[in-house]
Unconditional design. Structure first.
Length: 748
């Protein structure tokens, strides 16, 4: 008999409420939850189609072991874990803790137990080699926050419900649905700004889906830092800066003023691509509009100055008087007693790990993770600290890091590779073991990472709606077994392991939800362990509020002193690292051999590399294509749908052209996440993304990150971010009879 169960989606940050229809312990359908207080019946195509992922016949449901011929065979959990633990022990004994590395992908951020247990395992092991998708996405947000606020985990969000002017820089929220911001009905929120007489301005090299609905301000790829410095120049030089708020909220404004002084809009127009009069008008609007906010995301993070750009976004908000005020850029808090002190203690732990520098390139760690761009070199470079065993969970770095071919070759040099995942993908096709993971609907959950990013303070938790299929296990359970196996084998005991053993003596297993219950109880709306009658506990949240519950009507202004951990609770506007980055802007040099600039882009029915196997999401003959402006297409003699070759000094790819005026001249945009080439076990993905049979496409699409560099000198120095946007490229028409395998091509 069918039963509806309330839960929420964990594909991306809106965390939309969902209704799961379950029959005989099987998930048969997903639909939006109309009674969810925030999403109110909205869900994107990916959320609705996730039932196909959950029930995918290609899904890994049993432990798989690599055969000598390269294929996989099913084995028992017992034999798999015994062999894995034994080999990890041997590698640890021969190479030390730094011989073992871990990469976790984007879906891990949406599972509180996954991230907590990976971090605990690697800290207990004392290995520095933790890598994540963050260095291809968000890490410079954390570094900019540490510089500005003294805490890596403090991030402002735009108060969409009350703002009168929103400037969106390098983000496409109608497709991404928001990033480092949780707002489920974001299309409605943006149109609401216009409906009440406000404006939404989208700054981007491409007229994105968001820009089409509002005002588009084209910008040169990676020109955002010049634009933002010019905005600061105008604010300071025209007397538009909110000096009272600056004095109250910040230190170092004089140094920031001096840094911005040379960047008059007339001096930066060629570098930013934005005419001087439009820069001046925008600066005046930001200062004179009572409620205004800048918001930037992934497009601002992936260039050569991503941390500087992220820093400047917040600095403009502050200088214009729009930080920590209603309708501006605001901060979420948990509402816990002693929250600032707790933040200071947590920040000390984070900073201790982030003082490390990578063995290759001397690059920084961010939130305890090293840049994934150098992971292949950490595997192949001999010497102390060389990675000999790699564990990968919910990730496909062969498609997500620069130069996946280099990483793919490096994986073959490992003594052990283990993956925990839903599929055999392009990365773990090289693993010794692929262990079956649960989907989001087979586990309990709480969106821990997003609690202070909600525009409306909100709590929701969920139990698993169906039992695990086959022999799938939650990642934390696998990690817990690894920990027990390794420390049972007499690895040095850590405080965490001693605590786990102590609880075991009284019949308790350390489980992630114990920590979540404490957080719910202590944060806003919680029962404070019985001191607040009727307050939330995890059990009450699950039982009494299955749709979730709003714990405050909106974000509160005036919390800056609580969230900023610098002395005096004031934002720091003059860190020397930022001055160094501004000086580095003058080091950029153009290469005439590669006259165009490549940018990435999201697609509504894709989520990085892992949702191309759902038929609903690739129906209609979806084609991965390179967006080109008509002027650029005419210059190389290519028509719409014809194949083009895009090349850099590092490699080349071929795919069809899509000619559109919705992109700035001199720019080419290619969706990321493709490149399924038959090495993975997902059959639909391997055939998706190709063009109509005119010689212009490749089944499975092409991996745009093959064009990118893994040279440590090309990694953004403050946050270790990969350089994935504004990449210099050459684009040429491809004559079908002369086509060569793209893998053999290079820039010259």
């Amino acid at each position: 008999m069918a039963e509806d169960k309330l839960t929420f989606c964990r594909i991306c940050e809106p965390l939309c409420g969902m209704v799961a229809t379950v029959e005989d312990d099987r998930l048969v359908r997903l639909r939006p939850d109309r009674d969810h207080p925030l999403s109110k019946g909205f869900a994107c195509p990916k959320g609705i189609a996730f039932a196909e992922v959950h029930n995918d016949p290609d899904r890994v449901l049993h432990p798989l072991k690599r055969r000598p011929d390269g294929g996989f065979e099913q084995v028992s959990w017992e034999s798999a874990m015994a062999d894995i633990v034994g080999r990890l022990r041997r590698i640890h004994g021969e190479h030390g803790a730094s011989g073992i590395g871990w990469y976790f992908g984007n879906p891990s951020a949406f599972s509180y137990s996954h991230t907590l247990w990976v971090a605990g395992f690697m800290q207990a092991l004392r290995s520095p080699h933790v890598f994540s998708a963050g260095s291809q996405d968000v890490n410079n947000r954390f570094v900019a926050s540490r510089l500005l606020y003294g805490s890596s985990i403090v991030a402002p969000v735009p108060d969409l419900g009350r703002t009168e002017l929103l400037v969106v820089v390098g983000a496409n929220p109608l497709v991404s649905h928001g990033s480092v911001m949780t707002a489920p009905r974001i299309k409605e929120e943006l149109h609401g700004i216009v409906d009440r007489g406000g404006r939404v301005v989208v700054v981007d090299p491409r007229r994105t889906e968001t820009a089409r609905g509002f005002e588009w301000l084209p910008v040169t790829p990676d020109g955002d830092a010049f634009l933002l410095l010019s905005l600061l120049h105008v604010l300071f030089e025209e007397g538009l800066a909110d000096e009272r708020r600056i004095d109250r909220q910040a230190t170092g404004a004089a140094r920031l003023r001096a840094l911005a002084r040379p960047f008059a809009p007339e001096a930066t127009a060629d570098r930013s691509g934005v005419p001087a009069d439009r820069v001046r008008a925008l600066a005046r609007d930001l200062a004179r509009t009572e409620r205004a906010a800048l918001y930037g995301r992934t497009g601002t993070c992936l260039g050569r100055a991503g941390t500087l750009t992220t820093f400047l976004l917040d600095a403009v908000n502050l200088v214009a008087g729009n930080l920590d005020r209603e309708g501006g850029s605001m901060f979420g808090t948990l509402g816990m007693p002693g929250e600032r002190l707790g933040g200071q203690l947590l920040n000390r732990l984070i900073d201790r790990g982030d003082r490390r520098r990578s063995r290759i390139g001397g690059l920084p760690s961010v939130l305890g993770t090293e840049p994934a761009t150098i992971m292949a070199k950490e595997i192949t470079t001999p010497g102390a600290g060389q990675i000999r065993a790699l564990l990968v969970s919910s990730g496909n770095p062969v498609l997500s890091v620069p130069n996946g071919d280099e990483l793919e070759a490096a994986l073959g040099e490992l003594d052990l590779m283990v993956s925990i995942d839903l599929y055999v993908n392009e990365t773990n096709a090289h693993a010794d073991y692929v262990l079956p993971a649960t989907t989001m609907y087979e586990r309990d959950d709480f969106p821990l990472a997003f609690q202070t990013l909600h525009l409306t303070p909100f709590r929701q938790a969920t139990e698993a709606v169906v039992p695990p299929a086959g022999e799938a296990r939650q990642e934390w359970e696998v990690i817990d077994e690894l920990m027990r196996g390794l420390w049972r084998a007499s690895l040095p005991l850590t405080v965490a392991e001693l605590g786990r053993r102590a609880l075991g003596l009284v019949g308790r297993r350390v489980a992630p939800r114990l920590a979540i219950d404490a957080l719910v109880r202590l944060s806003e709306g919680g029962d404070r362990f019985g001191l607040r009658r009727g307050g939330l506990t995890l059990r009450r949240l699950l039982e009494d509020h299955p749709h979730g519950t709003v714990v405050a009507p909106g974000l509160r202004a005036g919390v800056l002193g609580q969230v900023v951990l610098h002395r005096g609770g004031r934002v720091r506007l003059d860190p020397p690292q930022i001055a160094d980055e501004v000086a580095r802007l003058d080091e950029r040099r153009d290469d005439d051999r590669f006259p165009l600039r490549l940018i990435g882009m999201r697609e509504l029915r894709s989520e990085n590399s892992w949702m191309h196997n759902a038929p609903l999401l690739v129906r209609g003959g979806r084609t991965q294509a390179a967006r080109l402006h008509p002027e650029d297409a005419a210059a190389i003699g290519v028509a719409d749908g014809q194949p083009v070759r895009i090349s850099t000094v590092h490699g080349a790819i071929e795919l069809p052209a899509l000619i559109t005026e919705d992109i700035k001249v001199g720019v080419v945009a290619v969706p990321h996440g493709w490149g399924h080439k038959g090495t993975g076990g997902w059959r639909t993905a391997n055939g998706a993304g190709a063009a109509a049979p005119d010689g212009g496409g490749t089944p499975g699409g092409v991996n745009v990150n093959r064009l990118m560099s893994t040279d440590p000198a090309d990694v953004e120095p403050l946050a270790g971010m990969a350089h994935l946007t504004a990449v210099p490229v050459r684009v040429e028409a491809v004559v079908a009879r002369q086509r060569e395998p793209a893998a053999a091509l290079a820039g010259d």
